[in-house]
Design a protein. Structure first.
Length: 238
């Protein structure tokens, strides 16, 4: 049986964690979060392990230590199926390929028996579209559409609120103003680091690459709150 931490919070494993945008949302929802990333992330705000996420998860399963956790969130590399990457590569004639980790990851996650989340940008990634979130649902300054596969549990899909306008920046030689900033890339009127921090609600890292890859904490605060309800309901039923 999963054991809570000393502070009474259930543990959540955050794989491919980057700088902790997802982690902060889960923390605010009530989880004790541990992150794993192959790159050093000194700004990560919680317990952090540097290493290969798939190997780390496989080792937890093999040793039985996975039972210390109540749930798992994963944000595997998205370039293989991201609509932006695929479209850009096709338009530019680039032939670079990217490794697709999701099938192997899902097999390991199913082995844990824990409720899990696989997050990806909208695109061609092989994930179920169990939940789709947008910054406008949380009154954020980014749109940041993201898809979430929910393994072993489910929650209701929020209404996708109409966008209030365009994403600010240059498109095909024309500048557009709007209420949202482009929190990706570095040219064409893309957001500055302070603008991205403010728009997504992230103030513990000022590394541009980390911000452009981050999930706004509001998304996983929403998901984490629903996951805790699921875990509580399951515990009562047991």
């Amino acid at each position: 049986m999963t054991q809570p931490t000393d502070n009474g919070r259930p543990r959540l494993l955050d794989l491919f964690c980057c700088a902790g945008g997802a982690a902060m949302g889960y923390h605010r929802a009530g989880f004790d979060v541990t992150g794993v990333d192959i790159v050093a992330r000194p700004a990560y705000p919680f317990t952090f392990h540097q290493g290969d996420a798939l190997e780390f998860l496989a080792d937890l399963i093999a040793t039985g230590e996975i039972r210390r956790y109540a749930a798992v969130h994963t944000s595997p590399p998205c370039q293989h199926g991201c609509a932006l990457t695929v479209g850009t590569n096709r338009a530019m004639g680039w032939g670079r390929t990217h490794v697709q980790l999701i099938p192997t990851l899902r097999e390991l996650l199913d082995t844990t028996g824990l409720p899990y989340v696989i997050e990806q940008p909208n695109g061609r990634a092989p994930v179920r579209k169990d939940l789709n979130l947008c910054g406008e649902m949380f009154s954020l300054g980014v749109l940041r559409h993201r898809t979430f596969e929910l393994g072993g549990w489910t929650t209701a899909q929020p209404v996708h609120r109409p966008h209030r306008g365009r994403v600010r920046g240059w498109r095909h030689g024309r500048y557009f103003d709007g209420p949202y900033v482009a929190a990706y890339g570095s040219g064409g009127g893309k957001a500055t680091v302070p603008e991205m921090q403010h728009a997504m609600g992230i103030d513990w890292t000022d590394v541009r690459e980390e911000l452009t890859e981050a999930i706004p904490p509001a998304y996983t605060h929403h998901i984490g709150t629903a996951a805790l309800t699921h875990l509580t309901t399951r515990a009562v039923a047991a």
